[in-house]
Structure formats: structure tokens, C-alpha cells
Design a protein around this ligand. Structure first.
Ligand code: HEM
Length: 465
């Protein structure tokens, strides 16, 4: 344990930490999170969660050639002139970026220019090479920030926002993006809903630290109230998610916004016999990177880790891959939560009905979030894809590159599996002893089989008569 990390004893209000540990829990070597140090250690806040509190909106004048393209990106792409503009760009010295905030803003601007450059002509005319005027500084920013040189949740959402009116509240109506792609107001709404979901996670993050401390101190009251804070926060995240349909039209999203978010691992690259994009001046081999996706958000992974929700191994592999695109400090926080005292094991060991209910309340909130998210995916991807017949029978691939429906349903189902059941012999009982939807699906399936069998018998008997 590092010296600046609080020890369990120092954080417990009672001194019960040395005796009567719940069975099977060795807490002595567990690194503890403390709300007091979360900001300093992991660059998060209770008010904004993983969202950067005050992103830098402009770069110094020296970088004006980048800013000029970024500020006119929509027009340049729509007029198919962005490639020309990028090819005329001089190679600007990225070492003139001084503060971390400047490196972050540069990474964000360059990521958006690269997206515009690649997708200007849609699937038809993808380039093989990203010119060095973008590739070299983009790669340098990526090295400096230790985050890949692609569009991701970090540069798409967490650091890419500003208030329309600084005197008004932070809500989706009062938010704008610093750098945009080509989707206009719908695109801003899409990203700012994602930002609000991230922001609402802030209180949950701090409550997770409280909850793990409560476990290590065996303070059931403190644990219960921390779990209630997590539950409320996740409900608020879901409320924000539901607002997506107010300002983001599904056709606009499917036809305009989503294609422009795709990465260089998109199947269309493979179809043309290339395995990614050559970053001129960086690598002679193509680099295959995914596009922007909120699946790289640290929020849900942190909830999974804190609540002990474990996924199918095949889904776990995909989740692991998304972690590569999280900022390093946020990834460290996720690891710390994973290694922290297990809230789930503690609740299971205690068999305290109030704790069971509070823990299940959190799972219910996560389940509802994932269900609402699945509905969004159906509305914004599956339904619009059916308009053109060529989309039928297609395996859907996310902007992050996953075949996603099975994956997303798998995550929702493992959330259901984690409920603490009143009857431990029944695998599928959900909150308060209600049958979970997995059980309902099974019942439906059984009913379906019985009906088909019945109809077949009826037909057979009719024929025999
Ligand atoms: C139109 C709205 C949205 C669509 C169509 C959509 C689509 C998808 C897709 C296809 C995936 C699978 C992974 C991949 O990208 O390849 C995914 C995963 C994910 N998305 Fe979204 N998404 C939307 C909005 C959001 C928002 C606003 C958030 C908020 C942070 C979000 C959070 C997540 C998370 C956390 C995952 C990982 C799966 C999980 O943990 O449940 N999504 N999304």
C-alpha cells in the first residue's frame, strides 16, 4: 500500500476493523479509495464525474491553421474540400503546446479533422494515408496523453463541451460542443446527452468510495446509504439517456452522424483490402483503430466492478478492449475499484435485508439503464437499417467495431443474474422475489414450444380423421 493511501483504521468511525471480518474476506491488503483524494489521484469530481470540469476551448494563435479547419469542418466535409485543406496544411510544431490542457484540446481537434478527412467521400473513397500534417501531431498528443490517436469517448465527450450561456445551469439545452463533425444540432444533442449521463455518475463514483470504506469498516448503515446514493445517481443517468429522442432524429443519426464516427477498423477498410490507415511520418504499416463509442465510458464498467457484476467471458473480452480508450487516470480508478473490498461479497455474507434491498436497488437501476440503452440502439440503429433492403440479414457492427446486439443483451442479462435472491435455490429470481425477465423468456419459450407441439398434434389428428 502506498504511503499516501489512507489505511482502513484511519477511515473507520468505529474501531471494528481488526475483528469479526465476514467469512472469507481478507481486507488487510485491500487498497482503499477515499473520497477526499479521488480528485487529486484520478482527475474526477463529485459534480462532473469523469467529465473534464473546464475544458480549454481554444489553442494559442500559432495553431490557427488547425483551428481554422476545425471551426469550418462541417462545411469543408459537405463541400468535399477537407482533404484539400488538410493536404495544404503545414507541419506545425506540436512541441509548442505547453500545458496539458493544450495537449488535450489539440488531441480533440486533430481527432475530429482526421474523422472528416477519412469519411469525406463516405465508404466510396476512403483514403489509405492520413497526411503527416495531422498524423504526426495527433500521434504526439496521443503519446503525451497516453490515449490512442483516434476519436473516442475522451475527445468526443469528456473534454469536448462548453456552456452556451455561462450564467445558466449545466443541462443538455445549455451545452454545446467545442469541435463538431457534420451532424449539426442532432449531433450536439447526441453528444451532450452522453455528457449529461457521465455527469450524473459523479455522486455514484464518490458513493462507491464511501461504500467500499463502509465494507472495510463493517458499517452497514453507511453502506446502505452509500448504495442508495448510487441507485439514485444511476436512475438519474437513465433519465438523461431517455432524453436522447428529444433532439436527435434517428434517420439523421443513422445516415449522417454514425457513419462519420466510424474508425479505421470498419469492415469497409477490409473490403478494400487495407487493414487500417497509414499515419504518414509515424508508421509505414496501416494502423487499425475503432471509432468513437460511449462503450468506452468508464461509468458502467465502474458500476460493474463496484457491484460485482460479472459478464460472460466473451463479453468481458470486449469490455476489456474498450478500456484501452479510457484516460489512464480513469482506468486506474477502475482498477482500484476492482481491487477494493467486494460490496457484493459483503452483502451476501451479511444477509441483512436492508442491505440486500439497497444492493438490489442498485442492480435494478443498472438493469433499467441497460434496457433503455438497448431500446435506443433498436431505435437509432436497427430500425433505420431496415429501411434499405441491403441492410437485411446484416451482422450489425458498432462504431467501436463490435457485433453488438448479443454483447449488449449479454451485459444486461448478467446484471439480472447478479440480483441477490430471496430463494437462493432459484437462479433467476430478481428484486423482491419477482421473476426476472430471463425466467419470463424461458417461460415464454416453453409456452411457445408447447403451443407448436399442440398445433402439430391437432393437425395430425385432423388428418387421421
Ligand atoms: C443513439 C444513442 C446510442 C446508440 C445508438 C448507442 C449504441 C451503442 C452500441 C452499438 C454499443 C456497442 C458497443 C460499440 O459501440 O461497438 C454501445 C455500448 C455502450 N454504450 Fe451506447 N449508444 C447510444 C448512446 C449512449 C449513451 C448516451 C451512453 C452514455 C454514456 C452510452 C453508453 C454505452 C455503454 C456504457 C456501452 C457499453 C455497454 C454497457 O456497459 O452496457 N450509449 N452503445
Amino acid at each position: 500500500m502506498s504511503s499516501n493511501r489512507p489505511t482502513q483504521g484511519a477511515l473507520c468511525s468505529n474501531d471494528s476493523t481488526t475483528e469479526g471480518k465476514p467469512n472469507g474476506m481478507d481486507l488487510t491488503e485491500t487498497p482503499l479509495l477515499a473520497r477526499e483524494t479521488l480528485h487529486e489521484r484520478f482527475e474526477v469530481t463529485e459534480e462532473f464525474g469523469f467529465v473534464s470540469e473546464c475544458p480549454l476551448t481554444t489553442l494559442p494563435e500559432y495553431f490557427q491553421p488547425w483551428t481554422d479547419i476545425a471551426n469550418n469542418l462541417q462545411q469543408l466535409v459537405l463541400q468535399k474540400k477537407i482533404r484539400e485543406a488538410v493536404e495544404k496544411l503545414p507541419l506545425i510544431d506540436h512541441n509548442k503546446l505547453t500545458t496539458k490542457a493544450e495537449w488535450i484540446t489539440a488531441h480533440m481537434i486533430l481527432a475530429h479533422i482526421a474523422q472528416g478527412y477519412v469519411w469525406q467521400n463516405g465508404e466510396e473513397g476512403i483514403p489509405k494515408v492520413l497526411p503527416k500534417s495531422i498524423a504526426v501531431p495527433f500521434h504526439a498528443c496521443s503519446e503525451y496523453l497516453q490515449i490512442p490517436a483516434n476519436m473516442n469517448n475522451f475527445n468526443g465527450v469528456l473534454v469536448n463541451w462548453k456552456l452556451k450561456d455561462c450564467n445558466k445551469a449545466v443541462n443538455v439545452e445549455n451545452l454545446d460542443r467545442i469541435t463538431t463533425l457534420i451532424g449539426g444540432d442532432d449531433e450536439v444533442w447526441f453528444f451532450m446527452v452522453a455528457l449529461m449521463v457521465e455527469k450524473k455518475f459523479g455522486p455514484a463514483l464518490y458513493a462507491i468510495a464511501d461504500a467500499q470504506q463502509a465494507v472495510s469498516c463493517q458499517d452497514d448503515k453507511k453502506l446502505e446509504s452509500a448504495l442508495r446514493v448510487i441507485e439514485t445517481a444511476v436512475h438519474e443517468m437513465e433519465e438523461q439517456l431517455k432524453r436522447m429522442k428529444e433532439g436527435n432524429d434517428p434517420s439523421k443519426f443513422y445516415d449522417v452522424i454514425r457513419p462519420c464516427l466510424a474508425g479505421w477498423n470498419d469492415p469497409v477498410f477490409k473490403k478494400r483490402g487495407v487493414d487500417g490507415l497509414i499515419y504518414e511520418g509515424v508508421s509505414e504499416k496501416p494502423i487499425s483503430l475503432p471509432g468513437g463509442t460511449s462503450a468506452e465510458s468508464t461509468t458502467l464498467s465502474t458500476l460493474d466492478a463496484a457491484l460485482g457484476i460479472s459478464h460472460r467471458p466473451e463479453d468481458e473480452i470486449i469490455c476489456e478492449d474498450f478500456k484501452k480508450y479510457m484516460p489512464p487516470k480513469h482506468r486506474e480508478l477502475l482498477i482500484a475499484v476492482t481491487k477494493g473490498p467486494s460490496i457484493r461479497k459483503y452483502v451476501l455474507t451479511k444477509r441483512n435485508p436492508d442491505l440486500d434491498a439497497a444492493y438490489n436497488g442498485c442492480l435494478e437501476a443498472v438493469k433499467l439503464f441497460r434496457n433503455t440503452h438497448l431500446q435506443l440502439v433498436a431505435r437509432y440503429v436497427i430500425v433505420p437499417s431496415r429501411r434499405n433492403t441491403s441492410g437485411q440479414g446484416r451482422v450489425f457492427v458498432g462504431t467501436g467495431g463490435t457485433g453488438f446486439m448479443q454483447f449488449l443483451k449479454g451485459l444486461r442479462d448478467s446484471t439480472l443474474q447478479a440480483f441477490i435472491r430471496k430463494d437462493p435455490t432459484d437462479e433467476n429470481f430478481g428484486i423482491d422475489g419477482r421473476k426476472s425477465s430471463i425466467t419470463s423468456y424461458r417461460l415464454l419459450a416453453t409456452a411457445g414450444v408447447i403451443s407448436v407441439f399442440g398445433i402439430a398434434c391437432l393437425a395430425f389428428f385432423r388428418k387421421c380423421r
